[in-house]
Design a protein around this ligand. Structure first.
Ligand SMILES: [Zn+2]
Length: 267
């Protein structure tokens, strides 16, 4: 039987778990964090409660993508996106590209994308986003111009949370909502207070995801979200170090790099 594994293991008994927020569990364990093994191995022992059976026809590699897809689903949910609302996505890495697809599924229109790497921007456009960072002028000015000076209903930051945070605030309309998904290198958040205050913005910080696997599986099964095309590179387990360094390089055409314990999946 093929299953997808949620790498997190909430305790199920703490205040946050009992309030329905297992992603905020106070005693969270996680695959790859001591004392739990990570997935860079041919076999891994996990509790059945963290396994989700995959229906026939779902590629095992797509099954592994349900984790990042869950992060995107959670972010779109936090944005409270309704049909017809305008959205901007700042950063189109794997998470941003999944956010774009899921926002579109939620009925968002238009969806603007700010992404400096051309091959990632091209993919965002293929998923229906309008690019606003082609190097000719400010992305924020372009978003404001394309929304008649109003700004978007919801902005989702899915980059490294540096300058993109202020950019997301600037792109959002008065009374709008900003979801912060990216994790900054220096663990610091910088933004102009007046932008958020004067616009009366709602800021949502996204922490992993919760209750997303069943929905993610159905979305992939129905073809509503394309996860497999994001996998640009595949490596066998023996070349895991190479996979990590390629991912870190942000080299041309790199979107999602995957390490496969079963070499039959390398094809
Ligand atoms: Zn807990």
């Amino acid at each position: 039987m093929l299953v997808a594994v949620d790498p997190s293991r909430p305790c199920g008994a703490c205040e946050l778990c009992l309030q329905g927020h297992p992603n905020l569990c106070l005693h969270l364990r996680f695959c790859g964090l001591f004392p739990d093994d990570g997935a860079l191995s041919e076999l891994i022992n996990v509790p059945a409660s963290t396994c989700f059976r995959l229906p026939e026809g779902i590629d095992p590699v797509a099954g592994a993508m349900l984790e990042p897809l869950g992060v995107a689903i959670h972010a779109v949910r936090l944005g409270g996106i309704k049909a017809g609302q305008s959205v901007s996505v700042h950063g189109a890495g794997p998470i941003g590209l999944l956010v774009i697809q899921y926002a579109r599924r939620a009925g968002a229109n238009p969806i603007f994308v700010v992404e400096r790497l051309p091959w990632r921007r091209k993919r965002a456009v293929a998923f229906g986003a309008v690019p606003v960072s082609d190097g000719t002028g400010s992305p924020v000015d372009q978003i404001l111009s394309l929304t008649n000076g109003r700004g978007v209903d919801v902005a989702i930051e899915a980059g490294w949370a540096g300058e993109l945070v202020q950019q997301a605030l600037d792109a959002t309309r008065f009374g709008g909502r900003v979801v912060l998904v990216g994790i900054p290198d220096d663990d610091t958040l910088t933004m102009r207070h007046s932008t958020a205050r004067r616009k009366g913005l709602t800021l949502m910080f996204s922490r992993r995801m919760k209750f997303t696997y069943p929905e993610a599986i159905q979305s992939v099964r129905k073809g509503e979200v394309d996860v497999t095309s994001l996998i640009t590179h595949r490596f066998p387990l023996s070349a895991a170090a190479k996979a990590y360094s390629l991912n870190e390089s942000y080299g041309e055409d790199v979107v999602k790099v995957m390490v496969l314990p079963d070499s039959q999946l390398l094809v």
